[in-house]
Ligand binder design. Sequence first.
Ligand code: EPZ
Length: 427
Amino acid sequence: MLSYIIEGNNKIEGTVKASGSKNAALPIIATAILNPEPVTFYNIPDIEDTRITLQILKILGCKVKVDSGKISISSQNMHNKTIPKELMHKLRSTVVLAGAILGRFKEATFSYPGGCNIGKRPIDLHLKAFKDLGVEIEEREDYIHCKSKKEMIGAKIKLDFPSVGATENIILASVYCKGVTHILNAAKEPEIQDLAKCLNRMGAKIYGAGTSRITICGVRKLKSSDYRIMTDRIETGTLLCAAAITNGNIKIENANPENLMNVLFKLKEMGCDISITKNTIALKSPRILKSVDIETSPYPGFPTDMQPIIGAVLTKAEGTSIIKENIFENRFKYALDLIKMGANIVLKEEENIIKITGKTDLKGETVSSRDLRGGAALVLAGLSAVGTTKVENAEYILRGYENLEDKLKVLGANIKLEKVDINAKES
Ligand code: EPZ
């Protein structure tokens, strides 16, 4: 088991570069399945989620070459159209690989990715959209078999909810469809725009990404290409919040402020001094943070992935803050560990709300990550707490943050990643 050990109460100060986006990398890696020509991607973060995704591509028969953030892939000899269920369960976002396999081969087999700790996370919207594209879906022996007996024809697809994954899957499945596909009520996240930019560079014809109406005009083939993926906006927000919670001062390079405007507005409302250029964001924390109310919503609203992280910061704000989570049904588990560290938080689970009253001086404790962003919130709380904090199950955090320990150390944190062999005999 991996744990972060943090000696808290140090200011986070200095300059750091943000890494490539986890949530852009996964669907963009999937384009290598859709495109049989050689492709190269840059700025791919070296994290558990990308490693698992690349492992699946190798199992499917792709040639994958990793050279730090540069990934070269050829799926020319890809033969396998089934995503192994044990890997699907390990990483739910592999469901977008299904859209790519379906788009390329007109058939795909995969299993339910399963929920995770933040909610049920069904894929009904994905499957309904595949059916709209003329795909027949059969479920047997806990696998989902998708097949289009004839050529896939573009369709008008209205999403009941602007699902990020479903929007990505429809784009991937419809690139080669005959005719035109329209996605209505599409997700508008920047990662969708990055996916469309990458595919259009390969010769796809996708219009309107970043708006709620996306049009995909079918093409016959894609060409060899390369693409540098966008910066991780949630990692950027997390590092900004690390400075905010420790009364620190940070400058982030490779940042893209326009992808985080709602988060920057809230940090400013809390009293942080924010200055931005085209590709940097600087934050100076005030001595006393002000409480604010947060309500998560699809982009460009306040991102649900930043909800646990800003929640940790708000324990240091003076006054009462209300956080309403509207995207996932179970994304407040980190609050229990913050309470253990001394935070004053009331959970109203039936309303999917928490009420945080500060300012509290957190104290170091042994706490446990229960999901990726909740774990990151506990690391930030540990940075601020007086004493030693041990954040267990750090594997969750390593899924989505590249070199987090090194980045925080450079910024003044006293943090180390400790590996405990749980099978080790009691000494
Ligand atoms: C993506 O997940 C991100 N993951 C999530 O980031 C992010 O929180 C989420 O989008 C929302 O922004 C990746 O991109 C790999 P959704 P995704 O489909 O695609 C419901 C992180 O921490 N829904 O937009 O799974 C679903 O249950 C992760 O980096 C259905 O009901 O999100 C949820 O309540 C966590 N049926 C809501 O929609 C469906 O078929 C949003 O889900 C699909 C989704």
